[in-house]
Design a protein around this ligand. Structure first.
Ligand code: FRU
Length: 532
């Protein structure tokens, strides 16, 4: 018997012999929660979290010599946001991460805000050599003193280089390299090597627009153009852009994709990341005409419609033979990120994802799917080929067969009608996190209104989160990744994605499906328990 079970039995015995005044005999959720440490209940199995302290945006991601590097906005001394450092972690497969020493510290010029890193293979910067190419990072200096007095030039861009594969960094002596004193929100530079126009290219967020810069040596930057005023969603300040060419799946046509995070103003409240598709001539970005229409006025199209995927950007220096566009976001939201109920660390990153550009009926869209490396972690698979769902509620699996805190599930739904299809993970403390399809009102959803601890913020679970359909269907593929306190749902091969976090009082114990009226079919249900 486990320690927890022994404690429970002892409690029941005391209750039975009537020691009611000393012991609370109700099976309370508080007792359940105390049975688990924070690490056991909340620390994700395979989504990156810092050992301690605060984390927000992913920064400076690059691949080199067999390692994926991830830097992140980090304040090691507290679990709320503060003077920003770049924390650092490495991985050989973007699934298992090893935290390294802090990479970049704040200094007299300011905090180290978000930014990017590139591998300068030709040593164009002169910081290294052809034999040992420098890794060059660009970040935003945020000057807290200027911020206090509202002086101009609060944010500027600085660079740093590393000659030991990103472990330690030297800041450039002539920082900052880009200033624009009159723009207050002037940050989050994302650099790429633009192989089409043979230039270093950088995009940053400047209030309600993005600005593009070009360079030959990563030190001197020339302004090229700006984009975005009055285009797309503008419910809040623009942040953390990313800009890159991507081949349309299955063709040799390519388009440029601009990712743009916005806070607030996301489709379900708070922070979220929209995207744009268009053409770039080396200087100016122009929206594709069909994409402009698809944006549906200024509402925007979103990489993820859930509330917990923000500030996501892509890895640089992925080899041409690999060829993937690899993305990761911060799995939280500025609406409540600093209040979630963990005490030792705060927040985690999303699963690493592959972005693809899809063209269907002359419409462009960006899909995301979990990186294939996750498949190497499958410990146990349970398959059910065809399930005719006739009852209002059907349990698909429970904890006697799999551990529901680490799952990768796939299935196809067929014969869908105008009904509501709800998949839910639940436990004996009446906590439920559900997702599904409302075909009466044409949206996908995640509902965390009864998912456990909601007390820390009113904004966390006020309403369900919705993602609109792009077109009607009666059949759909769904993939779901669950990691203790997060659910990432990929509808239709990742053409619509919803990511949300939750804080149950004890681990989830059953996975069930319910519908209202019509029978339907689940095909090829594959439940993979992951090995961590
Ligand atoms: C986005 C952001 C960035 C900024 C960083 C500061 O979440 O606000 O714009 O660089 O966080 O930590």
């Amino acid at each position: 018997m486990t320690k927890i079970a022994i404690k429970k039995q002892a409690k029941l015995l005391l209750c039975a012999i009537g020691m009611l005044t000393l012991f609370n005999c109700k099976e309370s959720s508080v007792t359940d929660k105390k049975a688990y440490t924070e690490e056991e209940l909340y620390r994700p199995n395979f989504h990156f979290t810092p050992k301690k302290g605060w984390m927000n945006d992913p920064n400076g991601m690059f691949y080199y010599n067999g390692y994926y590097h991830l830097y992140y906005q980090h304040y090691p001394d507290s679990i709320v946001w503060g003077p920003m450092h770049w924390g650092h972690a490495i991985s050989t497969d973007m699934v298992t991460w090893t935290e390294k020493p802090i990479a970049i510290y704040p200094d007299e010029k300011g905090y180290i805000f978000s930014g990017s890193a590139v591998v300068d293979l030709q040593n164009t910067s002169g910081f290294g050599s052809l034999k040992n190419p420098p890794i060059v990072a660009m970040f935003t200096y945020h000057d807290p003193l200027k911020e206090k007095t509202n002086a101009p030039g609060i944010q500027s861009q600085g660079i740093a280089y590393s000659l030991n594969e990103g472990l330690t960094w030297t800041k450039y002596e002539n920082n900052p390299v880009i200033e624009f004193p009159s723009i207050k929100d002037f940050r989050d530079p994302k650099m790429i090597w633009d192989n089409i126009h043979k230039q270093w290219l950088m995009v940053l967020a400047a209030g309600d627009k993005t600005m593009f810069y070009g360079s030959k040596n990563l030190k001197n930057w020339e302004f090229l153009s700006d984009f975005g005023k009055n285009i797309g969603a503008h419910g809040g300040v623009w942040e953390c852009p990313d800009f890159f060419p991507l081949f349309v799946e299955g063709s040799d046509e390519y388009k440029w994709v601009l990712l743009l995070s916005i806070n607030p103003g996301g489709p379900n409240g708070g922070s979220a990341t929209q995207y744009f598709v268009g053409d770039f001539d080396g200087k100016t970005f122009k929206l594709d005409a069909s994409f402009s229409k698809d944006m549906n006025g200024q509402k925007g199209l979103w990489i993820d419609y859930g509330r917990d995927n923000y500030a996501g950007v892509t890895w640089s220096n992925i080899s041409e033979t690999d060829g993937r566009k690899l993305f990761m976001g911060w799995m939280s939201n500025w609406n409540y990120g600093q209040k979630v109920p963990t005490q030792k660390w705060r927040s985690s990153m999303t699963m690493a994802r592959e972005l693809k550009l899809i063209k269907e009926d002359n419409h462009y869209s960006v899909s995301s799917q979990p990186v294939r490396e996750l498949q190497n972690y499958v410990a146990k698979t349970i398959k059910k080929e065809t399930l005719k769902i006739k009852d209002k509620k059907t349990v698909l699996i429970d904890k006697s067969l799999v551990d529901l805190t680490k799952l990768d599930i796939h299935f196809t739904l067929k014969n869908l009608k105008k009904d509501v299809y709800t998949f839910s993970f639940s436990n004996g403390s009446n906590n439920t996190i559900s997702f599904g399809i409302n075909k009466k009102e044409n949206y996908f959803f995640i509902d965390r209104r009864k998912s456990g601890d909601l007390s820390f913020s009113d904004a966390f679970a006020k309403q369900i989160s919705k993602a609109p359909f792009t077109k009607d269907f009666d059949k759909i593929d769904i993939r779901v990744i669950v990691d203790k306190t997060s659910i990432e749902v990929f509808y239709n091969n990742g053409k619509t994605v919803m990511t949300e976090i939750f804080f149950p009082e004890k681990p989830m114990e059953t996975f069930a499906v319910s519908k209202e009226n019509f029978d339907f079919t689940i095909e090829n249900l594959t439940i993979n328990q992951l090995n961590f």
